[in-house]
Structures are given as structure tokens and as C-alpha cells.
Write a protein that binds this ligand. Structure first.
Ligand SMILES: [Zn+2]
Length: 201
């Protein structure tokens, strides 16, 4: 029976590089890996683009209302699905991945962020944590050298802790941060309550 894989990490963990090389490994050996990306992410449009400049056009740009099963019915002889930005999958699309792996016997390899800029799980990641057969953490590095778990949002060079989970078109950037740096630079400076408690202790 085919497996559903979820390889997750913070920003700059090298996920997109792995997306491209995983698809390449199959396709260069005459097999068909379908490259899929949820369309909520607009950077690069129909392309997946890594920070070191590697890029590849996707086969399917998936809208939230799209059915994965309807899409893959149009293709013959698919060896596997490779999914970038899997945190943006809907819960229903993750259910479809479970059906595709278990009933159609096609493996699916997902790559994505675990948490948003507030440290909350993305809906796609949450569903994948529940249903994936294999979970693998990919390591990103904080500015201090420790393992980064959080994706802090910066606007005009300042860390922010308010806003929507997904922002499209704004000039925000993200820093991978470890727990300590996330507390010191983001959570505590934005929480009067925690500042008060810490002062007392
Ligand atoms: Zn750190």
C-alpha cells in the first residue's frame, strides 16, 4: 500500500530544493512524478522556486475548491505525487491524498511549513499530522545557530504578531527562529501580560 509522507520544517529548511530533486529523481528515470502546488501561494505562479535559485514548473496549480482526484484522473501511469507548500492544502484535499495513497496506491510526498508566524498549525499541516504515514522534520537554522521551529513575520524590518495567517502581496518577510529567539524577539515584546509575569519572577 502506498504511503503519504509529510516532510515539514520552518522557512529555509530546504523544502523546495527537495521538492525539485524528488520530482527530478523520478522523472529522469522515465517515471512520472506529478508536481503539485496549492495556488494560494502566488510567488512564482506556476513555478516552484527555491531561495538558491532552482525552479521548476508545476503540473497542477491547485485551487482550494479543486479536487485532486479529478485532476489526477486526467493522467496515465503516475508514479507519485510531489506537493510543495502543502500547508495550504485544504483538509478535504488531505483526505483526497489519503484516498489516493490507500485506494489508488499512488504515493504522495508532501513538503510544507508546520506553523504560521504566530506558531499555530496551518490547516493543511494539521490534517497531514493526523493522516500522514511518515513524518519527517527538516531542519532550518535560526540566526543564533540553533534549530529553528518558528517562522517570524517581519514588516518593514520589524517583527509583528498581529495579522492574517496568509498575507498575499504585502511586502512582508519571514525569519526562521528557535524557541528562545521567538520568545525574546516576538512573543514577549508583543505581550504585556508575559512582560508583567516575567518582571515579578
Ligand atoms: Zn535562535
Amino acid at each position: 500500500m502506498a504511503k503519504l509522507y509529510f516532510n515539514y520544517g520552518a522557512m529555509s529548511a530546504g523544502k523546495t530544493i527537495d521538492v525539485i530533486t524528488t520530482a527530478y529523481k523520478y522523472n529522469s528515470r522515465g517515471m512520472k512524478a506529478l508536481l503539485i502546488k496549492p495556488s494560494i501561494d502566488t510567488k512564482g505562479n506556476k513555478k516552484v522556486t527555491s531561495r538558491i535559485g532552482m525552479e521548476k514548473e508545476v503540473d497542477i496549480l491547485l485551487k482550494p475548491e479543486d479536487s485532486l482526484i479529478e485532476y489526477i484522473k486526467k493522467y496515465d501511469n503516475i508514479t507519485c505525487l510531489v506537493i510543495d507548500e502543502a500547508q495550504f492544502l485544504t483538509e478535504r484535499q488531505v483526505y483526497e491524498l489519503v484516498i489516493i495513497t490507500k485506494k489508488l496506491d499512488i504515493p504522495a510526498v508532501c513538503f510544507g511549513l508546520k506553523v504560521d508566524f504566530k506558531g499555530n498549525l496551518f490547516p493543511g499541516s494539521e490534517a497531514l499530522f493526523r493522516y500522514a504515514d511518515s513524518l519527517k522534520e527538516m531542519v532550518a537554522i535560526c540566526n543564533c545557530g540553533k534549530k529553528a521551529r518558528f517562522n517570524a513575520r517581519k514588516i518593514n524590518g520589524e517583527y509583528v504578531f498581529d495579522g492574517e495567517q496568509v498575507v498575499i502581496g504585502a511586502d512582508e518577510s519571514y525569519d526562521p527562529l528557535c524557541e528562545n529567539c521567538f520568545l525574546d524577539k516576538v512573543l514577549i515584546p508583543h505581550s504585556k501580560e508575559f512582560q508583567k509575569i516575567l518582571k515579578r519572577s
